[in-house]
Write a protein that binds this ligand. Structure first.
Ligand SMILES: [Zn+2]
Ligand SMILES: [Zn+2]
Length: 173
């Protein structure tokens, strides 16, 4: 499996305290997965805009990129797509035991931008990934998509439950 890593060497930016820098670079994302379902992105890499600033004793980051996610609709299984904009922030303080101020993506002045971008992209996938907000889903009887069907015309003559017929037979005996 290919690992799409994009590591930013923060020391090489040689920012003094109070300074900031904006970087723009393409980042390849690992395949996106949520709840066992995988999603595709429509481009090989995403154009990431990364703002790095250096407040006293650490780093602060803001990462932004547009994203188009493709996958099956959770109701009708047709192809669905979502256009979204990722906007995420991280802080990384030096020499702190406070978990809130430590970033899982920063170690030894190295920012793992690839992993952060991947995780942030997964967070934008809605728990209800639908082809359209009012997707009608599949017919529970025949499995046909109800989006194209006229609801008045798509009906099944289900008939009486066969178990009742069986009971009635028993009663007659
Ligand atoms: Zn659908
Ligand atoms: Zn049906």
């Amino acid at each position: 499996m290919a690992h799409a890593t994009t590591i930013i060497d923060l020391a090489r930016l040689s920012l003094s305290h109070g300074e900031g820098r904006r970087l723009e670079l393409p980042v390849r994302l690992e395949p996106l997965e949520l709840a066992g379902q995988s999603y595709a992105i429509s481009t090989e890499s995403v154009p990431v805009r990364l703002d790095v600033s250096r407040p006293s004793g650490g780093y602060a980051f803001r990462m932004r990129f547009p994203l188009r996610i493709e996958g099956p609709c959770m109701r009708c299984l047709e192809g669905a797509a979502l256009e979204t904009e990722v906007d995420a922030r991280e802080v990384a303080q030096d020499n702190t035991d406070d978990e809130e101020l430590r970033s899982p993506y920063v170690e030894d002045d190295q920012l793992d931008l690839g992993r952060w971008a991947h995780d942030a992209a997964v967070l934008t996938i809605p728990t209800r990934f639908l082809c359209r907000p009012d997707c009608a889903g599949l017919c529970s009887v025949c499995g046909e998509s109800l989006n194209d069907a006229d609801p008045g015309e798509h009906e099944h003559d289900v008939g009486p439950d066969p178990r009742w017929a069986k009971l009635r037979e028993l009663e007659l005996e």
